[in-house]
Design a protein around this ligand. Structure first.
Ligand SMILES: C[S@@+](CC[C@H](N)C(=O)[O-])C[C@H]1O[C@@H](n2cnc3c(N)ncnc32)[C@H](O)[C@@H]1O
Length: 205
């Protein structure tokens, strides 16, 4: 049997209320990622959360008074319905990536636990750099499924979903090949039996 679409699986998770558990589980790493991204405190910025699930990170970013506009995008219909039901005024798009491009460009792209669901995450990184970011804009991406996190290597079979498994150096190379500068790699949110969320940060020239 072929692999299932990740977005279908996550719609089921939304129906079962498991999006709340993801929010709880990811919050510590996302907090660290937003700190590390180092959004300038003296100027306004726009942001997008890619693979936003129920949109909780968008709502968190929207609390920052320096953020003038925040957008969420996700390919799961039920996640986006939830996002709209929690936050009627918010801008959330139901769209499959990489087949969607936003109508505007952004100063910050945040993405948590999304990139490896793509068959070609390297091309998505290049699209972020070439088409989605303003000059000087920042991408911050968090990944819990990566080669060095051995516990995560069973996830594709456990969920029957495609995941592109890359190691830390391969992710760093993908960022550089995509054209990002000032590339940084971190691991955050370590706890017992968890080597941490891999965080990639890069700037568009
Ligand atoms: C592990 S969840 C993370 C959700 C959210 N970022 C969070 O941290 O709670 C991954 C999300 O990526 C979305 N996703 C996966 N593949 C996608 C694709 N090709 N296009 C759009 N969304 C996708 C799923 O629907 C799901 O909501």
């Amino acid at each position: 049997m072929g692999r299932r679409d990740a977005t279908e699986v996550f719609s089921e998770w939304a129906d079962k209320g498991k999006d709340g558990g993801m929010e709880k589980g990811h919050a510590r790493s996302v907090h660290a990622m937003l700190e590390l991204a180092g959004v300038p405190r003296d100027s306004h910025y726009s942001a997008i959360d890619v693979g936003c699930g129920n949109g909780w990170v968008c709502r968190r970013i929207a609390q920052d008074q320096m953020c003038t506009h925040v957008v969420g995008v996700d390919g799961s219909a039920r996640m986006i319905e939830k996002a709209h039901s929690i936050d009627e005024q918010g801008e959330y798009h139901l769209a499959m990536l990489p087949d969607w491009t936003p109508k505007q460009t952004f100063d910050l792209i945040h993405t948590m636990e999304f990139l490896y669901y793509l068959h070609d995450p390297q091309s998505m990184l290049k699209m972020f750099n070439d088409e989605w970011l303003n000059s000087g804009g920042i991408l911050v991406a968090g990944l819990d499924h990566y080669l060095e996190n051995e516990d995560s290597l069973s996830w594709p079979d456990a969920l029957n979903v495609h995941m592109t498994t890359l190691g830390i150096e391969q992710w760093k190379t993908a960022m550089l090949d995509a054209g990002f500068v000032d590339v940084e790699v971190h691991q955050v949110g370590q706890k017992e039996n968890f080597i941490g969320t891999l965080v990639l940060i890069g700037k568009k020239k």
